[in-house]
Design a protein around this ligand. Structure first.
Ligand code: ZN
Length: 268
């Protein structure tokens, strides 16, 4: 039996055909300009966290801190990934640095805590790293570096012990923290929003970054690592300031607390 439907369907006019092609091109560009490709699922990402954590602990002196976890989790709970586990820890290191690893892991050097004058400054730094985590910049970089086949091989059906090797490799190459300028700006933007939503003064991030610029003039070696992973400029700080000033003022925002100053005094 011949399908009778076909005779009733009119052929697309050249105009509609052209529109369809245009739509595909426009949508294609939108997809490219949007979120970067990520082939690691959230469950796979959170499945990597234990291997990553033990790898960091082998390479650095990591101190668990319930205070840092309280502040960090309060900010992380404002993100779309707030229902997953996040862990925050101090790295005993006098230089100023902080970094995020896949699976909700955030590390802050003791040197950074010592240089943060107020709780809102520390909150700003944590929120920036949480921004990298919630935007999943680390696993995007993994996807770019390894491609689909490698990722599938890395994460699916791996044998015990292989995860540790992968974690060592990822940390050794520095792939996970080599963010693009756009990723940095996105982490700033998200960070400002998250600090504010968590009830911390978003100007803390602006203040801390300003102090980092000053410190680069006075003690460049102390902030070298920080600047390598967070290329800071006056313009970038102004952008964050503008972002923060657009948020409605709230008198209840926390700038500093005695608890923070007690916590900080351990590292000075
Ligand atoms: Zn960053």
């Amino acid at each position: 039996m011949k399908p009778r439907m076909t005779s009733r369907i009119s052929r697309p006019s050249p105009f509609t055909a052209a529109m369809a092609v245009l739509m595909i091109v426009v949508l294609g560009c939108a997809a490219t300009a949007g979120a970067a490709l990520n082939l690691v699922s959230l469950d796979q990402e959170w499945g990597m966290r234990n291997d990553l954590r033990s790898q960091v602990s082998q390479q650095a002196r990591v101190i668990d801190s319930s205070y840092l976890n309280t502040v960090g989790r309060r900010i992380a709970s404002q993100t779309p990934l707030g229902n997953r586990r996040w862990d925050f820890a101090v790295v005993q290191d006098k230089t100023v640095n902080a970094f995020n690893l896949p699976g909700g892991l955030v590390y802050v050097n003791s040197g950074l805590i010592a240089e943060a004058d107020t709780l809102s400054e520390l909150a700003g730094v944590l929120a920036h790293e949480i921004g990298h985590g919630s935007a999943r910049h680390g696993t995007q970089l993994m996807t770019r570096a390894y491609g689909y086949n490698a990722i599938a091989g890395l994460l699916l059906g791996r044998n015990p012990g292989q995860g540790k090797q992968i974690a060592a490799q990822l940390l050794g190459t520095g792939i996970l923290t080599n963010y693009s300028r756009n990723a940095e700006l996105e982490a700033d933007r998200l960070g400002v929003r998250y600090t504010y939503a968590a009830g911390y003064d978003p100007d803390g991030m602006v203040d801390f970054y300003g102090e980092m610029l000053d410190m680069r003039r006075r003690q460049p070696s102390k902030v070298e690592q920080f600047f390598a992973s967070h290329p800071l400029t006056e313009t970038r700080i102004q952008t964050i300031q503008a972002e923060a000033s657009r948020l409605p003022r709230r008198s209840s925002l926390t700038n500093d607390t005695n608890n923070f100053q007690r916590f900080r005094s351990q590292f000075r």
